[in-house]
Write a protein that binds this ligand. Structure first.
Ligand code: UDP
Length: 237
């Protein structure tokens, strides 16, 4: 079966890395996501991944312990680098997938610096590219970093990986009446206050006409279905 989306950006939250542990990195998740990513690479999909850091540190958490927002945000960005290296290691070791980590904050001993044209070159050569350290700026989120990088590399689809099947009218865990939304516009997502990602990320995708697919990352095969254009998850466009 032909893939519909040849170049895709996948946003993985830090929370996903924690698996059932709530904190840190779950080896079972690394093994699982490696197999899922491999299924895309085997289909010839050019895959870029943006990683969160919430399983280790969030800027907001810093405030609670007396660390100012900008400093906390830098700590959060460093957390994403830790996750990026873990994922790179898993993809290469378990999946045999050549992978490059490109960091928005320079740390040459650890990762390549982010250079847009180099990222594209890696993708063209069939390497998975992991974008670490968010946008490199405090006061942004990794979702926004995902939208930014997706626009920069001309990704055809932004996949927002979550723990639920997609977007609902309310929190499905708390409200059993919540209804599933299979397609919605960017503006409606914003106007209805649906908190799937921050507005900066949403508007960046809207302005660059990048569709966002919100899907359940914990269901095996979902990523492959997504790139084949099968109707799973919720589509924002
Ligand atoms: N962060 C930042 N600028 C960015 C991206 C991330 O300052 O461009 C910081 C921010 O403090 C954030 C933390 O890094 O809380 C971890 O990222 P995020 O919370 O988006 O991760 P996720 O929720 O996806 O695990």
């Amino acid at each position: 079966m032909e893939v519909r989306y040849k170049r895709v950006l996948l946003k993985l939250s830090g929370e996903a890395f924690a698996g059932d542990r709530g904190y840190g990195i779950d080896p079972n998740f690394l093994e699982y996501i490696t197999a899922e990513i491999k299924s895309l690479v085997d289909e010839g999909v050019q895959l870029a991944v943006v990683i969160g850091g919430g399983n280790i540190f969030r800027g907001i958490t810093g405030l609670e312990i007396g660390i100012d927002r900008a400093t906390g945000d830098y700590m959060g960005m460093l957390a994403t680098v830790i996750n990026a290296l873990a994922l790179q290691s898993a993809l290469e070791r378990l999946g045999g997938i050549p992978t490059r980590v490109l960091s928005a904050i320079e740390m040459r001993q650890v990762a390549e610096p982010y250079i847009r044209r180099r990222a594209i070159r890696h993708l063209e050569k069939g390497r998975v590219v992991i974008f670490a350290a968010g946008t490199g700026n405090p006061f942004f989120s990794t979702d926004t970093a995902g939208a930014l990088r997706a626009a920069e590399i001309s990704a055809q689809l932004f996949i927002k990986a979550t723990k639920v099947d997609g977007i609902y009218t309310d929190d499905p865990v708390k409200n059993p009446q919540a209804e599933f939304i299979d397609e919605i516009s960017y503006l409606e997502t914003i106007n209805r206050g649906i908190r799937v990602m921050d507005h900066t990320a949403l508007t960046l995708c809207m302005e660059n006409k990048i569709p966002i697919l919100v899907l359940n990352i914990n269901k095996p095969g979902n990523l492959l279905k997504a790139v084949r254009g099968e109707r799973i998850g919720s589509l924002i466009r």
